[in-house]
Write a protein that binds this ligand. Structure first.
Ligand SMILES: CC(C)(COP(=O)(O)OP(=O)(O)OC[C@H]1O[C@@H](n2cnc3c(N)ncnc32)[C@H](O)[C@@H]1OP(=O)(O)O)[C@@H](O)C(=O)NCCC(=O)NCCS
Length: 173
């Protein structure tokens, strides 16, 4: 149905709408700039083949092309203080730990609730783990934009930080 690839200038960033303007704008205006400077890497889900584009068209998504972004996420490196994590996680670590930051995760509004978010999150975790085989990273840290987003991440094993319910952590090891 979809394949995940690194964002390039060929992808249709302006056609993406997840319903949250800050996330749309970041993809349009900032993602490629940050990528060029090595600040973050953005990955996009696009239709996996021409046949899939046709299937979307038949299903009524007639603006979807092979360059359409169905969803995206961004990864970067960060440090967190172990004391900020939930106590049961904090006790495993030294004072400061390297983590992978899942900066943003968003799905096109009209495709939400169809499992794409789950697939992209799994892809982000796999990529983060693979990267952490070469450069140490203890887990994935995410800043949820609101309570609903925090619940989405909690459903996949992310644990809220101490006194910061919108910051969540998932140990990779
Ligand atoms: C949050 C988001 C990424 C989820 O993607 P999605 O494709 O709609 O989610 P899925 O269809 O893969 O759903 C996976 C599971 O999460 C649950 N879920 C989906 N959206 C949710 C939300 N906003 N809050 C809580 N749970 C949610 C689903 O019920 C489902 O659980 P189930 O399998 O037990 O039914 C998507 O709704 C989105 O892009 N929202 C706008 C941007 C945003 O809020 N991003 C979060 C950034 S911090």
């Amino acid at each position: 149905m979809m394949k995940v690839q690194a964002l390039t200038g060929n992808h249709d960033r302006s056609g993406f709408d997840c319903g949250v303007e800050a996330l749309n704008l970041w993809l349009r205006q900032t993602a490629l700039q940050h990528q060029a400077k090595g600040i973050s890497r953005t990955f996009v889900a696009v239709p996996s083949s021409a046949d899939v584009v046709v299937s979307y068209c038949i299903a009524g998504y007639d603006d979807i092309t092979e360059f359409s972004i169905l969803g995206y996420f961004a990864l970067a490196s960060a440090f967190v203080l172990a004391d900020d994590l939930a106590p049961e996680l904090a006790k495993r670590y030294p004072r400061q730990i390297p983590v992978t930051r899942l900066g943003r995760l968003a799905i096109r509004s009209d495709l939400q609730g169809q499992g794409l978010g789950q697939l992209l999150l799994a892809n982000a975790v796999t990529r983060s783990r693979n990267a952490a085989l070469s450069v140490g990273s203890a887990g994935i840290f995410v800043d949820a934009k609101d309570d609903l987003a925090a619940k989405f991440y909690a459903g996949y094993g992310f644990t809220a930080c101490r006194e910061q319910p919108l910051k969540l952590y998932f140990p990779m090891w």
